[in-house]
Design a protein around this ligand. Structure first.
Ligand SMILES: Cc1ncc(COP(=O)(O)O)c(C=O)c1O
Length: 416
């Protein structure tokens, strides 16, 4: 069963979490001086419109018309009820998922790639660099740059680059260049922290180039809130007053923030982050200032972190291999407003495979984390005999992750 929002009901403003945080965020610090960074410090990397959004206190921020025009290629996205999954589990819960896999890149990532490319093009920027883990963000930015006539260079974490050659082909088709990272050590499997360093180093070396980040920063989570804003309307269409729990996987925190933040002020809604046990930032990291990248070139942010030099094992959910987390998400977990749970990858693939069998859709490995969380909530509801309303984010499809499914199907998957 699906609930589709009419095109004219698509949100025209993003939801800003910053003025609503239970504990105000501490400012990012300059990596050299350790003093709070100002707009001018960030100007070599980002356009002023994004820097303003990064610090804005407005409760809502209008989405420019030229951004809405591109988002309309696939938005509003459907809200679906996973009735066959409910039946397979024999649960009393109602399970809904927001299907972000219908975007051009196959995930939620274009929701922020499009406005980021737009604001850069408005400032006269001709070229963007970025990192990509699973390849989803790199494809999303390549697509977005193609819409506004900007060149894109994508540094892809080497182990994903080698495991997923088709991602590079999509990026090249949209006119982008994609190279493995780290560029200076071909023997390293790479990490998101290393790829960010490569992309930032490139951007600061050229006047015509800026850098774009696919997660973590406040403006990225802001752009993703269109997911939760739409879902709120669609749950009402389904006759639900509110979800009891909102669930999403957490790599840097952008799809989680996107689906969950619009519910943050309703205290009756639980918010749940799901992360891999092999990169357990929120559940086992420490809370404090750390760098966003491995080389220490990015501003320091207060967040949960496993240490900027933490090298996560090469699990299949490449998008969740990040040592830190968004300051907004970290602060919500720290204040107790959001919960977090970690699973080994075999448990997430077990959930993804069950979902694929009964619902038909093949989830991205990152999304398997969401589904694992939703299934465990549904089983808890069954045990308690309650009719919990569960909303999870279906953040991407797994059509380019088939080697991972093959490992799982053939019994080769190991829990790092
Ligand atoms: C499909 C998918 N889901 C989730 C993530 C995790 O990122 P975030 O936590 O920023 O949503 C990624 C990152 O690449 C991804 O590709």
């Amino acid at each position: 069963m699906q609930y589709n929002l009419a095109a004219e009901k698509m949100p025209t403003a993003w939801f800003n979490a910053l003025p609503r945080m239970p504990e105000p965020l501490k400012p990012p610090l300059h990596p050299g001086t350790k003093e709070p960074v100002g707009p001018d410090d960030l100007a070599p990397l980002f356009p002023m419109a994004l820097i303003e959004q990064e610090m804005s206190a407005s409760p809502y921020i209008d989405i420019p018309g030229e951004v809405l025009d591109v988002l309309r290629l696939w938005r509003p996205t459907p809200l679906r009820r996973a009735i066959r999954l409910e039946q397979a589990l024999g649960t009393t819960a109602r399970i809904y998922y927001k299907d972000e896999s219908v975007s051009p890149a196959g995930s939620h990532k274009p929701n922020t790639a499009v406005p980021q490319a737009y604001y850069n093009s408005k400032e006269g920027i001709k070229r963007l660099t970025t990192e990509t883990g699973a390849g989803q963000w790199g494809t999303a930015l390549s697509f977005a740059c193609a819409q506004y006539g900007i060149d894109a260079k994508v540094y892809m974490v080497r182990n994903s680059f080698e495991a997923k050659p088709y991602r590079k082909i999509i990026m090249e088709t949209w006119g982008a260049e994609c190279v493995p990272s780290p560029v200076d050590d071909p023997s390293s499997p790479g990490s998101l922290g290393m790829a960010i360093s490569d992309a930032v180093r490139d951007a600061v070396s050229r006047d015509d180039t800026h850098y774009a980040l696919g997660s973590v920063l406040n403006h990225v989570l802001l752009h993703q809130t269109i997911i939760g804003l739409e879902a709120r309307e669609q749950l009402a269409m389904a006759g639900e007053k509110r979800p009891d729990v909102v669930i999403a996987p957490c790599g840097g925190g952008s799809n989680l923030g996107g689906v969950a933040l619009p519910f943050m002020e309703d205290k009756e809604v639980r918010l749940l982050a799901v992360e891999p046990l092999s990169c357990p930032t929120l559940t086992q990291g420490t809370y404090g200032y750390d760098f966003g990248d491995t080389a220490g070139m990015t501003p320091m942010m207060e967040m949960y972190t496993l240490g900027a030099d933490f090298m996560p094992p090469t699990i299949h959910a490449g998008g969740l291999r990040y040592h830190g987390d968004a300051p907004i998400i970290s602060s919500l977990v720290h204040s107790g407003r959001m919960e977090a749970i970690a699973y080994p990858q075999s448990k997430t693939f077990e959930a993804a495979a069950l979902f694929a069998k009964v619902e038909g859709r093949l989830p991205a490995p990152e999304c398997g984390h969401s589904i694992r969380g939703a299934i465990d909530e549904a089983m808890a509801a069954k045990e308690a005999g309650d009719d919990r309303v569960i909303l999870f984010n279906y953040c991407g499809h797994g059509f380019l992750d088939l080697a991972a499914y093959d490992d799982y199907n053939q019994g080769r998957m190991i829990d790092a």
